[in-house]
Design a protein around this ligand. Structure first.
Ligand code: PAF
Length: 460
């Protein structure tokens, strides 16, 4: 795969619902995988250049693409057409305009493309928003920084395309996307000591469950950071490391929408430059439940979480209760190794059907998804039986099992009632006991759990 190029785009609109069109252009760029937005400027309004026409709204985006320049330009044109742009006169009004301003350090002049864009030095509505998000960038071929070009231009009282107002911060992407450990360290070092950092470690393919974790981090802390790393050391031989879903553009959009300040797409080169020799074992906690069929899994989780805690030094770290065993192990890790972090447990987020959200759900067919709803139904039936006074572990398990067995496609790996802290099998059910299930459906391994004495989580 080619490594991504850093690209600067200018987007503009002077017809229709201009703010909405800019937002749609940003969304399409990311959805089509053409361009991952790393920084976006405020939206500024400028006087039109050319024949009399409405004022323009403009925004500058800095991001990454894996498309070669010609393909990026073609993708931009396709998005313009999809958003209703009609063939416009030169300098005429337009619903949406997506210009590639600069593509790395590339300088080309061909029939189809000129890079950097030839008008940059004379356009305040490009230079000012660009300077807002990267004043020190050198414009290829001009050998000046964006800030210097802007200062020169502003000395020209008769300049065209002058900025009239900053219209909106709406759609402004303040989230920083980084790819290197050095950049994360720089970000972390810049956080004042008194300010809280909330951290959400993930393996990507972010869904509403992750979004809830990030949103909570955002609400409770001055800074919210998210890491994305599909950690090879927590997958066993024959497990789904290779097919684990990966979706950078979707992750960027979800993290941004949830209010993250920093998103780290971590690489194995940074996290595991050499194969680790340190191993963190939890003889009791990790040997039970998922640990029986996934030997080494929790050692892999603990090691990566410990490394990430060192790197991010979070005040609070957010974990979903769906991975209940992982949550208990991370709590123990933080306690035993004196990490100065508060582990925050967040309730499982469920679809309307009750199915717990999981990145792996993406790999289920519609029928598989339907069968998977039996997991929560079964757990809930047991919870209802508990509410009616049933305390026998066997009877509660049998209640849940009846539901699972009704679905031919559900292959149960384990169904256990345990004490929350030790994960030891409960002799009798109490309100704190947790009923956990792991099952395979269409070859996809899913887990879920409920606390017997707790009310049902409301569906999305
Ligand atoms: O829960 C997960 O997604 C992962 O196990 C974690 C905590 C990010 C470690 O890789």
């Amino acid at each position: 795969m080619i490594s991504p190029a850093r690209v600067v785009l200018g987007i503009g609109s002077n017809l229709g619902d201009r703010i909405a069109l800019l937002a749609a252009a940003r969304r399409r760029l990311e959805e089509t995988g053409s361009f991952l937005i790393m920084r976006a400027s405020s939206i500024v309004e400028s006087e039109p250049i050319g024949p009399p026409q409405p004022r323009y709204l403009n925004q500058v985006l800095i991001g990454e693409t894996r498309l070669p320049p010609e393909e990026l330009v073609a993708a931009a044109k396709r998005i313009e057409t999809e958003l209703g742009r009609r063939a416009a006169l030169p300098w005429g009004p337009r619903e949406i305009d997506i210009d590639v301003l600069a593509y790395g350090a590339l300088q080309v002049r061909s029939q189809s493309i000129t890079l950097p864009h030839p008008e940059i030095a004379g356009r305040e509505f490009v230079l000012a928003p660009w300077a807002e998000i990267d004043a020190d960038a050198h414009v290829p071929g001009l050998d000046r920084t964006v800030a210097a070009l802007l200062a020169d231009l502003r000395r020209d009282a008769g300049r065209a395309g002058r900025i009239l107002a900053t219209v909106a911060d709406e759609g402004r992407r303040e989230m920083k996307i980084v790819r290197t450990l050095a950049a994360v360290r720089e970000w972390r070092d810049a956080v004042p000591a008194a300010e809280r950092v909330g951290f959400v470690p993930t393996m990507g393919a972010l869904h509403e469950g992750h979004r809830a974790l990030v949103a909570r981090a955002r609400d409770e802390c001055a800074h919210a950071a998210v890491s994305v790393f599909v950690n090879p050391f927590q997958f066993g031989a024959g497990e789904d490391f290779a097919s684990y879903p990966r979706d950078e553009a979707g992750d960027a959009e979800a993290a941004r929408a949830a209010g993250a300040d920093l998103l780290w797409f971590a690489g194995a080169g940074d996290l595991y430059p050499t194969t680790p020799v340190v191993r963190i074992d939890f003889p009791d906690l990790a040997a039970r439940l998922c640990g029986r069929s996934r030997p080494g899994h929790f050692a892999g989780v603990a090691l990566i979480v410990a490394k990430l805690f060192h790197i991010f030094r979070p005040t609070r770290a957010y974990f979903g209760e769906k991975d209940f065993q992982q949550l208990q192990i991370v709590r123990r890790l933080a306690r035993d190794l004196d990490f100065d972090v508060e582990i925050v447990a967040c309730p499982t987020v469920r679809e309307g059907s009750g199915l717990a959200l999981s990145s792996r759900n993406r790999r289920l067919s519609a029928a598989g998804r339907n069968a998977a709803t039996a997991l929560y139904r079964g757990l809930n039936e047991a919870r209802r039986a508990f509410a009616r006074g049933e305390r026998s572990v066997q009877a509660l398990r049998a209640t849940a099992e009846r539901c699972f067995r009704a679905e031919a496609d559900v292959e149960i790996e384990y169904l256990e009632l345990v004490a929350p802290d030790t994960l030891a099998e409960a002799a009798a059910a109490t309100a704190e006991s947790v009923l956990l299930v792991a099952a395979r459906i269409e070859g996809v391994r899913l887990i879920d759990n409920v606390v017997l004495g707790r009310a049902e989580e409301p569906p999305l």
